[in-house]
Design a protein around this ligand. Sequence first.
Ligand SMILES: Cc1cc2nc3c(=O)[nH]c(=O)nc-3n(C[C@H](O)[C@H](O)[C@H](O)COP(=O)(O)OP(=O)(O)OC[C@H]3O[C@@H](n4cnc5c(N)ncnc54)[C@H](O)[C@@H]3O)c2cc1C
Length: 467
Amino acid sequence: MSDLAAKMRAIVGDANVITDDFAAYANDWRKKYFGKPLLVVKPGTAAEVAAVVKLCAETKTSIVPQAGNTGLVGGGVPDESGTEVIISVARMNKVLEVDTINNTMTVEAGCILQTLQETAAEHDRLFPLSLAAEGSCRIGGNISTNAGGVQVLRYGNTRELVMGLQVVLPSGELWDGLRGLRKDNTGYDLKHLFIGAEGTLGIITAAVLKLFPAPRATQTAFIALESPQKALDLLSHMKGALGDRLTAFELISAFGLSLVTKYFPQLKSPLPGDYPWFVLTDIADSRDAAALTEEVEVALGVALEREIILDCAIAKNETEGKRMWELRENMTESQVHEGRSIKHDVSIPISKIAEFISAADAALEAAYPGVRIITFGHVGDGNLHYNIAHPLATHTEPNWVKEWEKVNLIVHDTTAKFNGSISAEHGIGQLKREEIKRYKAPLELAVMRQIKVALDPQNIMNPGKVI
Ligand SMILES: Cc1cc2nc3c(=O)[nH]c(=O)nc-3n(C[C@H](O)[C@H](O)[C@H](O)COP(=O)(O)OP(=O)(O)OC[C@H]3O[C@@H](n4cnc5c(N)ncnc54)[C@H](O)[C@@H]3O)c2cc1C
């Protein structure tokens, strides 16, 4: 056993230092990155995290913070050098306080997202962050990636849900910013540095999260449309009719849906006809369900009359609504079964989404005739997952992956033309670290580097990620 492992064991206990079986920690969910850590250390408290980081700082040992390891850009995966220590916050999974008057919840960084949603519900509150990985991702990872998900439209990204943070800095010092204040103008708001930093500036150990009144009724609808432009017209129409009660608005292409029903045959489209595009939407209200359903029916009826939509299915109960959402939640996984595609997570001004899809589709078809495009995502937030599968006539899966750089250039240059971002919610990690240099202003990158050096002069905190 190495000297470092022995010292780590003295801090966190023998059972919480892993020196050999790294399978659950060293690779990412998509199986794109295969790292080789020196050790995996699993502290149980913030004080233990601080002691472990201090030891790493003293020995100039690189650290990779990890939570649920569901990230999609390789941010939580170590390199292959065998010298990096993964610090997993998974054992730190306690809800420390629920304050129903302040409408806040103070939680440790290793809490599973779904557990936090359930805890809020037990107190008749809503914690609105929701994404398909919610059964395994952990709040420390959600905060560090500034995760988005399906309710950003109404409640915002994770950044908007975090009121306070506790963070271990790369020096091993513990910053306690666990404040549940709605107003606090006392200089730089440090928590925002760590939100979305992907573990490059420190390790988040706990957070104060914002809670909302629990909705009394939620109505889900699955809608068929002619085009992405019609989806934008529908978004505008529904916002006008239902205001901020619109909580989710997801676009799904027919090809994307066909992959879900192919690989999950127990799931059926609520609209089995031959339609090119679909929208899955949720509308939530604090009033009773019957009144909400009536309003949704009227709004969609008007949309049908005005030929904004082609058809729609309104869920008759919660179970039907859940079945509709299972189609959306299995989109990412169904693509894994179809074979590797070249994936994008772009952000575009909402009003330009349809134009972006036309421009990017045309550019890809010109370069790769017969290319298969899986377009879906949080269109209500201007966020598309735009994944490119190989053209069947000319490519196989292995030689398609070699086109990665060329395809990215087409999609991301088109994104830049529309003043968009090449990472809407998944982050940069190692996947887009080089590419970001093409799209971010040199001054912006220089300021990011200055912040990194100021907090982490030894460059031990998740080196090789983001910048
Ligand atoms: C099926 C599926 C669907 C998904 N859908 C969405 C979606 O809709 N929206 C979305 O935004 N993302 C989505 N994701 C991506 C992923 O779930 C999110 O990025 C999630 O927030 C990551 O949380 P995690 O706990 O798994 O973090 P990890 O993967 O463990 O880590 C992610 C990053 O955060 C850092 N980190 C982890 N914990 C800490 C900590 N305590 N302190 C500092 N840094 C830390 C890591 O070093 C890494 O850079 C999806 C992933 C999957 C597999």
